[in-house]
Design a protein around this ligand. Structure first.
Ligand code: COA
Length: 268
């Protein structure tokens, strides 16, 4: 069953909250809600899904760069939104976005400045290239929020960094920096903040200058060995995640965030 769509005003607002700009053959998609650290609302997921689907179809777009405005990538799902309208099925904006990410056929490049939390880090695992500016931070706080890994991270992260390190990152959910992310292979490189945008633009232009059909087929081949398994894991994670939202552990974690205090899980 489909959850109700976001109200019209929220949809219109999302045009400001997710910006798309085509320069040459590179589409830059910017999360633009800096006052909330680019926390993603339902309407923003819809706008992101539309941007990816549009870019997939548009022959003028050869590569997409995903970034956040205001020196922050994204603080992940808007926690108030999660409390107000938790997804109750896979037919909801967050899962539509994850599906669009899984299926996106062209090179997708992440440019991370500042925090990348929750889905802000898991979406990087789907990107073909990811770069971070000095000072960027990464965090997968699902466990400490009473939730479970999402977006295929329980599969992709061990694949990338090995089970031992993935368990540390996903269970403890502690923040790690750009150098660690580069060392682990979660991103391609950590670069100085100065000149970061220009370096990303150079890489994106290089990718966009490649023969598009060969690039599309190469991406498909790179992902083909695990694509079906990844889709299956994403669905299984989603089921458990939906069940965890609103659980007593999760309610305590979200309440603690709203009240700006440390959560207390001692009674569970
Ligand atoms: N959902 C809703 N609001 C959020 C948010 C989120 N995911 N992340 C930040 N905000 C809000 C804060 O509540 C704060 O609001 P306020 O000005 O009314 O107090 C505002 O955005 C600025 O955030 P703040 O925490 O003051 O910025 P910071 O630079 O000190 O820290 C983060 C930035 C991203 C590290 C921190 O905000 C954070 O950890 N956010 C929660 C991330 C999270 O758990 N995401 C969910 C993953 S499933």
């Amino acid at each position: 069953m489909s959850d109700a769509p976001p109200p019209t005003s929220a949809r219109e607002g999302a045009e400001r909250l997710v910006l798309s700009a085509l320069e040459g053959r590179v589409l830059t998609v910017t999360l633009n809600r800096p006052e909330r650290k680019n926390a993603l609302t339902l309407a923003m997921y819809d706008a992101l899904t539309a941007a990816l689907r549009g870019a997939a179809e548009d022959p003028a777009v050869r590569a997409v760069v995903l970034r956040g405005a205001g020196g922050c990538f994204t603080s992940g799902n808007d926690l108030q939104d999660f409390m107000r309208s938790p997804p109750k099925s896979h037919d909801t904006p967050v899962f539509h976005f994850l599906a669009a990410l899984l299926e996106f056929p062209k090179p997708l490049i992440a440019a991370v400045e500042g925090p990348a939390v929750g889905i802000g880090t898991t979406l990087l695992l789907h990107c073909d290239l990811a770069f971070a500016a000095e000072g960027a931070s990464f965090q997968l706080p699902f466990g400490r929020l009473g939730l479970v890994p999402e977006g295929g991270s329980s599969y992709l992260l061990p694949l990338m960094v090995g089970h031992r390190r993935a368990a540390e990152l996903l269970l403890l959910g502690e923040r790690f920096g750009a150098d660690d992310a580069a060392r682990l292979g979660v991103i391609n490189a950590a670069w100085p903040a100065e000149g970061f945008a220009a370096r990303v633009a150079e890489r994106a232009a290089a990718v966009a200058a490649l023969p598009p059909e060969a690039t599309r087929l190469s991406k498909q081949l790179l992902k083909a060995p695990f694509r079906d398994e990844l889709a299956r894991v994403m669905r299984a994670e989603g089921e458990v995640f939906i069940g965890r939202l609103g659980s007593p552990e999760n309610a305590e974690a979200f309440m603690a965030f709203a009240q700006k205090r440390a959560p207390d899980f001692s009674r569970f």
